[in-house]
Design a protein around this ligand. Structure first.
Ligand code: NAD
Length: 363
């Protein structure tokens, strides 16, 4: 009963015509930021997360604690628990699902391939099954990934470009998610928007991502590995700051049409969309490291490896004109500015007495 009360309270909007949004992966990096932004503008937010141990669970708990301070409740459970999901939809008439829970990262597939299938395919289908049976049916906005472009070398990537050469199991499961979205939209009239995020970074970020563990290793004086492409070129990424991604997610939520119901029985076909959310300005990993060196005021020990890392693609670059046209998406944070914010958070979160200017907690 107390649990049900928390569920209701957290998901009740505080503005007129506000949304009730189920945010899956709310204990994760992007989920935490999106939950806060939705709540701040008066929408109701209920989180769902299984708090798995893919990376440091204490970081997920710290995010949960912060969300709790903003009266956002996270239900602990798995996407594959259909009974739990159905119960949540019995209690709350969610207007939207912002589906961000997934097995992220490309390397972990070498260790645990089934976790990608379980969360990104089976878990997604399970969520769509519950959404399709819900009354009202929620509109769905979910995280796909720039990794679906795989070995494609067109530049920059547009949504119409081919996505049939995934370079990792992660990418293959995200691509599968896009096909699954098509079928649920087609058969059950679900409104579904897929967002292809490009390398998201920022405060409260993921410890398994390069900018994060580079920061850690550089501060500890450990050597960092810099991988190259097959033809000895530098790897580059369209690093995108979390605040820009949050704006894109909210823009997609705000322009999501209602689901139309089974067989499109209400009025015509339901909405099905896919958008790139990137920064439109790729930066090499070498440049990333040099920005970190100057922010941290420490010289990195670099170990250059003349081959690609397993599962990595050489280059990503987003064309975001579709998202700009449809909901005004316009990234505004360059890598130096965004990394400065990340480093500031990092040293304060880990209580590091560093040489970083202006971020020494005791200074
Ligand atoms: P994250 O790992 O920090 O967040 C995902 C959260 O989902 C985690 O807290 C995890 O515990 C939870 N989760 C995983 N499987 C679950 C399951 N079966 N049931 C319930 N909860 C589960 O990752 P993130 O960086 O916040 O990514 C959010 C989404 O964006 C993911 O779908 C990811 O694939 C996608 N994405 C992220 C990036 C990026 O650079 N961060 C890039 C492209 C796409």
């Amino acid at each position: 009963a107390q649990w049900e009360k928390e569920v209701r309270r957290s998901s009740t909007p505080r503005r007129a015509n506000g949304f009730s949004v189920l945010v899956t992966g709310a204990g994760g990096f992007v989920g935490t930021h999106c939950s806060l932004a939705l709540k701040k503008r008066g929408d109701g937010v209920l989180g769902l997360d299984n708090f798995n141990t893919y990376y440091d669970p204490s970081l997920k708990r710290a995010r949960q604690k912060m969300l709790k301070q903003h009266e956002i409740f996270i239900v602990e459970g798995d996407l594959n628990d259909g009974e739990l999901l159905a119960k949540l939809f019995d209690i709350v008439p969610f207007t939207h699902i912002l589906h961000l829970a997934a097995q992220a990262g490309v390397r972990y597939a070498m260790e645990n391939p089934q976790s990608y299938v379980s969360s990104n395919i089976a878990g997604f289908v399970n969520l769509l099954e519950v959404a399709k049976n819900a009354d009202p049916q929620p509109a769905i906005v979910w995280a796909s990934s720039s990794s679906v472009y795989g070995l494609n070398t067109e530049n920059p990537f547009s949504e119409s470009h081919r996505t049939d050469q995934p370079a990792s199991l992660y990418a293959a499961t995200k691509k599968a998610g896009e096909e699954i979205a098509h079928t649920y939209n087609h058969i059950y009239g679900l409104s579904i928007t897929g967002l292809r995020f490009f390398t998201v970074y920022g405060p409260w970020g993921r410890p398994d991502m390069a900018y994060f563990f580079f920061t850690k290793d550089i501060l500890q004086g450990k050597a960092i590995n810099i991988y190259q492409t097959h033809d000895n070129k530098e790897v580059a990424r369209d690093f995108t700051f979390i605040d820009d991604i949050v704006k894109g997610c909210l823009g997609a939520v705000d322009t999501a049409e209602k689901s139309t119901g089974k067989g499109g029985k209400k009025r015509g076909p339901a909405q099905l969309r896919v958008y790139n959310l990137g920064n439109t300005s790729p930066v090499t990993v070498g440049k990333l490291v040099s920005i970190l060196e100057s922010l941290l005021n420490v010289k990195a020990k670099k170990h250059v490896i003349k081959m690609p890392r397993n599962g990595d693609v050489p280059y990503t670059h987003a064309n975001v004109s579709l998202a700009y046209n449809d909901f005004g998406y316009k990234p505004t944070t360059d890598l130096s500015t965004g990394l400065r914010k990340f480093v500031k958070w990092y040293v304060s979160y880990y209580g590091i007495q560093s040489r970083v200017k202006g971020s020494n907690p005791s200074a």
